[in-house]
Design a protein around this ligand. Structure first.
Ligand SMILES: C[S@@+](CC[C@H](N)C(=O)[O-])C[C@H]1O[C@@H](n2cnc3c(N)ncnc32)[C@H](O)[C@@H]1O
Length: 211
């Protein structure tokens, strides 16, 4: 990511940080719980990329070993406070890091979660390459996001609503097929998209690295 883009993103989330939980906590809880359930099935070593204020950190089992990274120190500060306040001992580390340059060794995690992140990264394929690199064989990348429809009546509605959705960071221009296409080209198996609350607006996408 260029320095300018990084600075813009950090500034945007500096503004979001104080109000983020009030707006998104209940809206994203079912999606976050679905992601946590999926990654925990892969094993205890889990990385959350774009962990933000750590809304999902309380949903993990105590036996998990969760690391979280995010570009925004302002968002991470709130995540650290949650970890301390709630005594979330399964959270092993929270660090400032760019999704396209993850400072972890190859194959060091059983699963990688990224909630409401991938559509924000200017080079999503570079972020996915990094997630795949640090994932062990047989592990999964689990994303949740609003993805635009490729076709059908909903695609037309999304097109009409595009200016509004873009303002809240849920552009419908980004299709899940961009991610599943990346997965197939890179030897990962994309599993069928799962609709989650509200009304399937958010979708969960699992991609399995061959064992
Ligand atoms: C919409 S928030 C989602 C936060 C959290 N995953 C949640 O569901 O509540 C997106 C987060 O991604 C982070 N982010 C954006 N671009 C990033 C990048 N390239 N690398 C790491 N984090 C990034 C932002 O700082 C922000 O905290």
């Amino acid at each position: 990511m260029s320095d300018d883009t990084t600075a813009l993103m950090r500034r945007a989330y500096q503004r979001w940080a104080p109000i983020y939980d009030v707006i998104y906590d209940k809206l994203t809880e079912p999606a976050a719980r679905a992601v946590v359930a999926a990654v925990e099935r892969c094993g205890p070593r889990i990385l959350e990329v774009g962990v933000g204020t750590g809304l999902s950190l309380g949903y993990y089992e105590p036996g998990s070993e969760v690391h979280g990274v995010d570009l925004s120190e302002d968002m991470l500060r709130r995540a650290r406070r949650k970890v301390e306040r709630r005594g979330l001992r399964h959270v092993k580390g929270l660090a400032v890091m760019d999704a396209t340059r993850l400072g972890f060794a190859d194959a060091s995690f059983d699963a990688v979660a990224a909630q409401f992140l991938i559509t924000l990264v200017p080079d999503p394929e570079a972020a996915l390459d990094e997630m795949a690199r640090i994932l062990r064989p047989g592990g999964e990348i689990v994303l949740v996001n609003h993805f635009g429809q490729d076709e059908g009546p909903l695609a037309q509605i999304e097109k009409a609503l595009a200016p509004v959705s873009a303002r809240i960071g849920w552009s419908s221009d980004f299709k899940a097929s961009r991610v599943t296409g990346w997965a197939r080209r890179n030897g990962l198996e994309p599993l069928p998209l799962k609709k989650v609350f509200p009304g399937g607006f958010f979708k969960l996408l699992r991609m399995r690295k061959p064992a």
